[in-house]
Design a protein around this ligand. Structure first.
Ligand SMILES: Nc1ncnc2c1ncn2[C@@H]1O[C@H](COP(=O)(O)OP(=O)(O)OP(=O)(O)O)[C@@H](O)[C@H]1O
Ligand SMILES: [Mn+2]
Length: 506
């Protein structure tokens, strides 16, 4: 093509593009006659300035709330850039997840049904039926221990708190949790404050009805993986991991993770308008005109790592708050398989294959359910790739035979293509697994509903669905198989397989 022709084509293309832009512009004016909507970014700036002026001229809480209710701070509609929650069946469909869906590889060989493990599970079951000395299992609730009855008109919050039992945070079939999570998605926010302790920013949200939740904001899109040169202890927290972990823990039958739900938050109206003190000082408008904040904490609470809206809408996870520490104090335990939290130092369990023998000797792992609970925790953490299990907590009131709480999963689901086998160290070093957990894993291995299918259904109810990037879903199924392989190896080398698979009636 000659130069002259090329120039001509370029000019023509330019003209066509200009016409398209003009037509679109005219159309926008036609659809909004008389109500020229300022662009969303401009509205954010306006609201930010309003709040800033309010703060400097009159710092009183009343003035701020008045400003908020008068609409000055409510000038922003819900962000049109944020799509509405996906339809109920969207999670089943293909291609609805913004390109996250990928073609599933066809398996080359059928999955191993682990018939050897199935037979063993069956045997353990029969044996426990035979020597059924099954004393009535004592499983009190917080309500019972505190002497507080659940009245007819009890709030959903009270219902949840008082029904927490020694064995689990919520009963399997109870509708309260589902209702409470729905409630949290719609409830107006009344107060916010930063949660002290912990490394990354978290807000305590107080709702208009007095209930509380722990809010972790979104930092990255779902497909972003843990940065290659980051350790587990410098990894950024992921709000969607908190949500997914709740569903995973529930599907595994543990019910030890705090119920958590996703919600879109308007930073201007729901955070900035309510922020105070040091937190308020960290709000700013980014060069791209988005409303940001970073709060105060020991990791990533600075301008370079701010949480930014689009332009002021942001996703976050809302974990139902546990009962106050005054009413139901908790005990914090150091996890025996805690990692080094240091860029060079290793923990003892990483260099000592006999480490479990030491753990088995010490309280509270030398009796009761706790050692098996650590095996369950390893299953949960391995499935989501969580290496950040440094401590765990229990309710003091339930004593040493209570289930541990599964808290803090923000660093799960960071590497979809890497399976971190060392997370299973408690299992392969102790060669121990709870009978009910092994049964559940075999069920997911053999279907008809695989773990990823069950997760898809369960998380489909969340307003921020899809919660996980597809490769993480495939990782779940792959990792079920890995756990079963490791249990098989344990059984093959065990003197007595009945010392590996334990039925403790939980
Ligand atoms: N739902 C909840 N209700 C009440 N307290 C909670 C809840 N979730 C977490 N906490 C408390 O807040 C602490 C910090 O939360 P979390 O561990 O999620 O944050 P973090 O920044 O990851 O902390 P860390 O850096 O210590 O791992 C927890 O150890 C726990 O005691
Ligand atoms: Mn953490």
């Amino acid at each position: 093509m000659k130069l002259k022709e090329r120039v001509l084509i370029a000019v023509m293309t330019g003209l066509v593009l200009l016409t398209v832009v003009l037509v679109l512009d005219v159309e926008m004016h036609i659809t909004n006659p008389g109500h020229p909507q300022p662009p969303a970014h401009a509205r954010v700036q306006y609201a930010f300035r309003q709040r800033h002026l309010q703060k400097t001229s009159n710092g009183s809480r009343e003035a701020l709330l008045a400003a908020a209710s008068s609409g000055q701070l409510n000038a922003i509609n819900d962000d049109p850039a944020q799509p509405p929650p996906a339809e109920g069946d969207a999670f089943l469909g293909v291609g609805v997840s913004g390109g996250r869906e990928e073609a599933k590889p066809t398996p080359t060989s059928p999955p191993d049904p682990y018939t050897d493990l199935q037979k063993l599970v069956f045997k353990v079951e029969n044996l426990s039926k035979k020597n059924r000395r099954r004393r009535k299992h004592w499983n009190p609730t917080l309500g019972e221990l505190l002497g507080l009855d659940l009245r007819e008109n009890a709030t959903l919050w009270d219902n949840f708190h008082l029904s927490i039992s020694r064995d689990e945070l919520y009963p399997a079939e109870d509708p309260t949790v589902g209702r409470l999570l729905q409630h949290v998605v719609g409830m107006p926010i009344a107060h916010i404050s930063q949660k002290e302790g912990g490394t990354q920013i978290k807000l305590i949200i107080e709702f208009a009805d007095g209930g509380h939740a722990l809010f972790k904001p979104m930092r990255f899109p779902r497909e972003q993986e843990t940065l290659k040169n980051h350790f587990y202890f410098t990894d950024f927290e992921r709000h969607n991991a908190e949500i997914a972990a709740y569903h995973l823990d529930k599907l595994l039958g543990f019910r030890r993770a705090v119920p958590t739900v996703g919600r879109n938050v308007n930073i201007t109206r729901e955070l900035y308008a309510l922020a105070q003190g040091d937190l308020l000082k960290t709000f700013f408008i980014s060069p791209d005109n988005n409303l940001c904040f970073h709060g105060k904490c020991s990791y990533y609470c600075d301008t370079a790592h701010a949480i930014c809206g689009s332009p002021d809408m942001i996703e976050g996870s809302f974990a139902i708050f546990l009962p106050g520490k005054e009413a139901a104090p908790r005990k914090v335990w150091r996890h025996p398989w805690r990692r080094g939290y240091h860029k060079r130092r290793k923990a003892q369990w990483e260099v000592d294959d006999e480490y479990c023998e030491l753990v088995k000797e010490v309280h509270p792992y030398n009796e009761g359910r706790r050692l098996l609970d650590l095996m369950d925790m390893a299953v949960l953490d391995f499935l989501m790739g969580n290496m950040d299990r440094h401590h765990y907590e229990t309710f003091k009131m339930f004593g040493n035979y209570s289930a541990p709480l599964h808290l803090d999963h923000g660093r799960g689901f960071g590497k979809a293509f890497h399976d971190e086998i060392s997370i299973l160290a408690p299992i392969y070093q102790c060669c121990l697994i709870r009978h009910s957990t092994l049964t559940t894993l075999l069920r997911f291995q053999n279907g008809p509903q695989r773990l990823s299918d069950a997760m898809r259904v369960s998380m489909g109810a969340d307003p921020l669905n899809p919660i996980l990037w597809e490769p993480h879903m495939r990782a779940l199924d792959r990792r079920v198989n890995i756990i079963l392989q490791i249990v098989r190896e344990c059984i093959n080398k065990a003197v007595d397989p009945l010392h590996v698979v334990i039925n403790d009636f939980h």
